[in-house]
Write a protein that binds this ligand. Sequence first.
Ligand code: PPY
Length: 351
Amino acid sequence: MHEVLHDWDGENALISYDARTGSHLFIAIHSRRLGPAAGGTRLKTYPAPADALRDATLLARAMTYKMAIAGLPMGGGKSVLAVPGELTSDDRRHLLARHAHNVETLGGSYRTGPDVGTTAADMDVLREFTSYAFGRSPERGGSGSSAPDTAVGVFHGIGAAVGHVTGSPDLAGTRVYVQGCGAVGEPLVGMLVESGATVVVSDVVPERVAALEAKYGVTSVAPDVVGVECDVYAPCALGQVVSAETVPQLRCRIVAGAANNVLVADEDGERLQEAGILYAPDFVINGGGAIHLAGYESLSWTREQVEAALRGIGSTLEEVFRAADAHGISTETAAERIAEGRLAAGPQPAA
Ligand code: PPY
């Protein structure tokens, strides 16, 4: 806990304990420099409350960088509801109501949305008690799942990375390994196949793999495999897949996927660079979900504006890759510097 607090450079954190469900509720507001803080509500079980708070603080900081580099007028925050185990539906509703009250007390300086372990239906519950929840179900005025647009952003990002390495963003004939074929990975596989890529998939759910093999004729490997021979490795499940241990196993030229926190440690960006593998920083390439939610629900964007911002993920990555080459630094560091430049410049007038 001492370490978590020592590393926390954010603006504010709200901590409460719900005795009825035995859950800790955390809201971490990292930065509101560019606008109200936004970021999803993660609901899961952690070994100890300090682990949940650490997750909230790290994810909140990542949101600050994600918003800044996506050019969205929003800051970074994240919530974690650390539950002891499966909750009854009454207890879940009780906990969500309590979280919503906490969000409401922040008076709009933090807005939340779905994340790992929460759904649009949960956002509908939050919305009964606070107006600061994005991502409600479409029947309740929400913008629908942001996952397909996250996939669109990753697709543009893969194109930019392939373009940087080969000189052409054409994906025909490239081999892409999509690890994790859930709400984001599945539509990504569809777009890749459509553009002529040869796709290898994996997932912890065998039925998902079978369905994709039948639908697209893709091949598959076991879900924990990282060393697939390919041009692009696209981690689209859990993060923490690039580490001192896994970098030597990688058999790809590019790492570009949707997962959050792909690198185990900051130095892993340099490890990839030394291995000659081009890395598309996670907080840049997976910004499509934030663009969808903030674009539709906070900025009243049209589909055309959302699509332009999703294409912007590709152009931003090109800028990141060029800056990394020019300065001989990792792409992770290059992307952080661009985001930090935007934070230093402060809010910009709307385009
Ligand atoms: C993420 O991209 O990880 C998010 O948390 C998306 C988001 C953006 C804005 C409000 C809520 C969630």
